[in-house]
Design a protein around this ligand. Structure first.
Ligand SMILES: Nc1ncnc2c1ncn2[C@@H]1O[C@H](COP(=O)(O)OP(=O)(O)OP(=O)(O)O)[C@@H](O)[C@H]1O
Length: 365
């Protein structure tokens, strides 16, 4: 958990990065707390790596201040930040064995041979690569190299570890296993992780807080649960891809209650989440797991829409059913196989989809 009252370990205050006339990172404010696992997430080119490189001192901010323990570090070169902030790099020494690579930083810090071997072996073990200790780097697969690189960064137990897509070379099964290894290690050691990824499943399964970036700008910062349940902007809802999105205009129904007028109908809004002025553009998002499918028009449902089934996808215990409304909007509903059993699903068949107003979430355009 992130202690809110504690002073931040690292803070970025109005930090921006320009390359010539191109702005890779727009002015951003971000606080990183001691012991937290923070993921920077966003699509390719959104400025994640540039943000991480500025933290590491590999890139100087064009504007703003970066503080570590309250002290500005903008002008400190990366080598003098080596502790407590470590950049997890894949560049292993090809002329050293696996264990020598892991021991290297300890040797540079003057640790005796027995102690550094003991610590290196411990980390190889934790990374499940102890069997490769004596091998040359050239004899390892990409995924094994990534794990050696992780062991090499963690062996010195830095205060902050900066990681840029550290699991990208692993296959799907190993990636899932390493996610839980990394998360456990992070918790046990209390090392602050700043972790760049474009993968939603990585960010959401490991991080305490996720920063979602788009075009050099922070779109939302929050716990995975908060972001999933309540995306702040249309971009975030689109990016996560787990919600149906109805763009429209705020207005009121005959009884003066706020509704969103969309091309698929007027929809009731969740209580307490209906800000804004009548006429203002907004979008209603509804998680695909929160929608119901009916063969007949649902009685008493305030929010429902007619749609034809156009496809289905099976993922383990659940299925995602795709629909299209009369005006061409695609919608999806995710359900367990048991929930779908009585519906006699068939491509082309008409259905009605409904959801409770409380399951809708209004976002800015
Ligand atoms: N040294 C540089 N000179 C000019 N432009 C740069 C430089 N470094 C990065 N950029 C640009 O800044 C933008 C952000 O790059 P960055 O590497 O931070 O993105 P990213 O979110 O990490 O993307 P990816 O997931 O593809 O690694 C990109 O458009 C990139 O082309």
């Amino acid at each position: 958990m992130t202690p809110v009252t504690q002073a931040p370990l690292v803070s970025l205050e109005g930090v921006a990065k320009h390359f010539g006339t191109y702005t890779a990172v727009q002015k951003m404010d971000l606080q990183i707390h001691e012991g937290e696992f923070l993921a920077l997430m966003g699509s390719s080119g959104c400025g994640k790596t540039t943000t991480l490189r500025m933290l590491a001192g590999l890139e100087a901010p064009s504007e703003g201040v970066i503080r570590l323990d309250g002290k500005p570090i903008n002008d400190l070169p990366s080598w003098s930040r080596d502790t407590p902030m470590v950049w997890q790099s894949l560049a292993l020494f090809p002329f050293l064995t696996v264990i020598e690579n892991v021991e290297f930083a300890l040797k540079m810090r003057g640790l005796g041979r027995t102690e550094r071997r003991r610590r290196a072996e411990q980390w190889l073990d934790r990374m499940q690569i102890a069997e490769f200790a004596g091998r040359n780097i050239s004899q390892l697969s990409g995924g094994q190299r990534q794990r050696v690189a992780l062991a090499r960064s963690l062996v010195i137990e830095p205060r902050i570890l900066l990681l840029d897509e550290p699991l990208s070379a692993l296959d799907a099964a190993l990636k899932v296993r390493m996610q839980s290894v990394l998360k456990t290690l992070q918790r046990e050691t209390g090392i602050t992780f700043v972790y760049v990824t474009h993968s939603q499943s990585e960010a959401f399964s490991m991080a305490d807080r996720v920063v979602i970036m788009s075009r050099g700008k922070i779109e939302q910062i929050g716990t995975p649960q908060d972001i999933y349940r309540a995306p702040r902007t249309r971009f975030v809802a689109d990016f996560l891809g787990s919600s149906n999105i109805f763009p429209g205009q705020l207005t009121r129904d005959g009884q003066g209650r706020p509704v969103l007028a969309t091309s698929s109908g007027d929809f009731a809004l969740p209580a307490g989440n209906a800000p804004g002025i009548a006429g203002q553009a907004a979008s209603l998002t509804v998680l695909d797991t929160r929608m119901q499918i009916h063969p007949q028009p649902p009685q008493g449902a305030r929010n429902s829409v007619a749609a034809r089934m156009i496809g289905e996808e099976f993922v383990g215990a659940t299925a995602t059913i795709h629909f299209e409304t009369d005006n061409g909007q695609e919608l999806r509903v995710q359900k367990s196989h048991e929930d779908l059993a009585d519906l006699s699903l068939a491509i082309g068949k008409p259905f009605y989809l409904s959801w409770s107003p409380a399951d809708g979430h209004l976002v800015q355009e």
